[in-house]
Design a protein around this ligand. Structure first.
Ligand code: NIG
Ligand code: FE
Length: 412
C-alpha cells in the first residue's frame, strides 16, 4: 500500500527510541507533504513528496491530501470484557454518591462480578468484540485487556480465555492481564488471606499452565488490596514470569507506587492522587506512569498531575481504562483531548503519551507506537485537518477517517 500527498506524517521517532521521558515528550517529529510505503504489513519506507521515488510511481496509491497519518493509538489499560453496563450507578453518582459508597451499597466491581459469573464465554466474547471493533474504528491499534470481574477461579479463567479468543480474532496486538486482586468477593470479606491463597495457590498455577496472562495487576487501594497483600500477589505472579501493571493511587496515596516499583512494575496506572514522594520513587525507576483522564472525567475525581510527572522526567502514557464502572468509554481521541484540556499536556505530549509510551506500557514499542521503517503498519488517516493540535482541540469529535491495520484498510 502506498499513501501519497500526506499533509503530515506524525510520530517519526527513531526505531530504537522505545520510551519518551519528561521533556522528550515535547517533541513529536512530523514530516510534511509526505508519502509512506507499506509492504507485508510493515512500514517499508517514507519520504517527502518532492523526493518521491520514480521506482514506486507505478504502484496504486491512496491520496491523503489535507490529511495527517498517525501511528495508531496504543491503549495500555482496559477492562473491556464485562457482562453488563452499570448505568444504574450513573444516577447514584449524579445524586452525589462516591465510587466507594456505590461499591459499599452493592454496586461497583462486585456487581459486575455477579453478572459476569452468570454470562457464558460466548456472550462475553461477542460483547467484548463489539467494543474492541468500535475502539479500533476510533483509531486504537494495540490494546491491553484485564480480567478482574471474575473473582472465582473459573470466572477469572473464563475472562482470560475470552481475551485469548480476542487475540485470535483481531489482527491488532492484545496483551492480557490477570487482575483477580480487583476486589474481595463477599464470602472473603473477613478472610482476605483466604482469597489471596485462592489467587496464589489455585488461580495463578492454572492461568500459567494455560499461558493465559502476560501481566499481573492489583487494585492497591484503601478498602481493596493493602500494600502487603499486593506485595504477596506480585511476588507470586513473578514466579510465573508475570510482570506487574498496578492500579495505584486512584483514590488515595496508598503506598501502591512503592510496592509496584519494588516489584519492577512495567507501569503504575491512575495516580489521580500523588505527592512529592510518589514522584521521587518513580524518578529512579523504569516504570511507566499511565494516566487515565476519562476515569477522572466520569467519576469526578481529581485529574492526575501530568505536568509535574513530565517535569520530573517521568515517562507518561495515556490510556482509556474502558470499564463499566469508572470509564464507560474506549475513545482514545477523547483521552488525548482530556490530557490537553484537563491535565494541561501539550498536544505533542498527549499524542506521544497515547502512542509510543502506550506501546511501551505493553512492551510493544519495538514494533508499534511510532512511524519508523520496519515497524508494524497500524496507522490512521485523519479527516482533513488544519493542524495536529486540531485533533485534541476538537474534543468529542473523531478526526479518524481511515484505519489501517497491518497495511490494510480496516472496515470493522
Ligand atoms: O480502573 N479501579 C479499579 N478498577 C476500575 C474500575 C472498576 C469498576 O468500577 O468496575 C478502574 O477504574
Ligand atoms: Fe482500571
Amino acid at each position: 500500500m502506498l499513501i501519497t500527498n500526506i499533509k503530515g506524517l506524525v510520530g517519526l521517532h527513531p526505531k530504537d527510541k522505545l520510551v519518551l521521558r519528561g521533556a522528550e515528550l515535547n517533541h513529536l517529529p512530523v514530516l510534511e507533504n509526505a508519502w509512506i510505503l507499506i509492504e507485508d504489513g510493515l512500514i517499508k519506507d517514507f519520504g517527502e513528496m518532492k523526493h518521491f521515488p520514480s521506482s514506486i510511481a507505478h504502484l496504486p496509491s491512496y491520496s491523503a491530501e489535507g490529511r495527517y497519518v498517525f501511528p495508531s493509538w496504543c491503549d495500555s489499560h482496559t477492562h473491556i470484557v464485562f457482562a453488563a453496563s452499570r448505568e444504574e450507578e450513573f444516577a447514584m453518582k449524579i445524586q452525589g454518591k462516591t465510587y466507594e459508597e456505590i461499591a459499599a451499597a452493592g454496586g461497583g466491581i462486585l456487581n459486575s462480578a455477579n453478572k459476569l459469573q452468570k454470562a457464558t464465554e460466548d456472550e462475553l466474547f461477542e460483547s467484548a468484540a463489539t467494543r474492541l471493533k468500535q475502539m479500533i474504528l476510533q483509531g486504537t491499534g494495540a490494546v491491553e485487556i484485564k480480567s478482574g470481574y471474575g473473582l472465582t477461579t473459573e470466572s477469572e479463567i473464563k475472562m482470560l480465555r475470552v481475551i485469548r479468543r480476542l487475540k485470535a480474532h483481531f489482527s491488532i496486538p492484545i496483551k492480557a492481564t490477570f487482575l483477580a486482586a480487583h476486589a474481595f468477593p463477599a464470602e472473603f470479606k473477613d478472610d482476605h488471606q483466604g482469597y489471596i491463597s485462592l489467587i496464589i495457590e489455585e488461580m495463578l498455577p492454572r492461568i500459567a499452565e494455560e499461558k493465559l496472562a502476560d501481566y499481573i495487576d492489583a487494585f492497591c487501594e484503601k478498602g481493596f488490596f493493602s500494600v502487603e497483600e499486593t506485595d504477596q500477589i506480585l511476588k507470586a505472579g513473578a514466579k510465573y514470569g508475570l510482570k506487574p501493571k498496578i492500579h495505584a493511587n486512584q483514590l488515595s496515596v496508598s503506598g501502591a507506587i512503592e510496592v509496584a516499583v519494588k516489584n519492577k512494575a512495567i507501569s503504575v496506572d491512575h495516580l489521580e492522587e500523588s505527592n512529592p514522594e510518589t514522584i521521587e520513587t518513580l524518578r529512579n525507576a523504569d516504570t511507566i506512569v499511565t494516566l487515565l483522564p476519562s476515569c477522572s472525567f466520569y467519576l469526578g475525581i481529581p485529574f492526575a498531575d501530568a505536568k509535574s510527572f513530565i517535569k520530573a522526567g517521568l515517562p507518561v502514557a495515556l490510556a482509556t481504562d474502558y470499564n463499566p464502572g469508572s470509564t464507560p468509554s474506549g475513545n482514545m481521541n477523547f483521552v488525548v483531548s482530556l490530557g490537553c484540556i484537563k491535565m494541561k499536556m501539550f498536544p505533542e505530549q498527549a499524542i506521544n503519551a497515547a502512542t509510543l509510551n502506550g506501546a511501551a506500557a505493553m512492551e510493544l514499542s519495538n514494533s508499534h507506537g511510532s512511524i519508523a521503517i520496519g515497524k508494524n503498519a497500524n496507522l490512521f488517516i485523519t479527516k482533513p485537518m488544519p493542524s495536529i493540535a486540531y485533533l485534541p482541540y476538537s474534543f468529542g469529535e473523531s478526526q479518524v477517517d481511515t484505519v489501517i491495520l497491518n497495511g490494510e484498510i480496516y472496515h470493522g
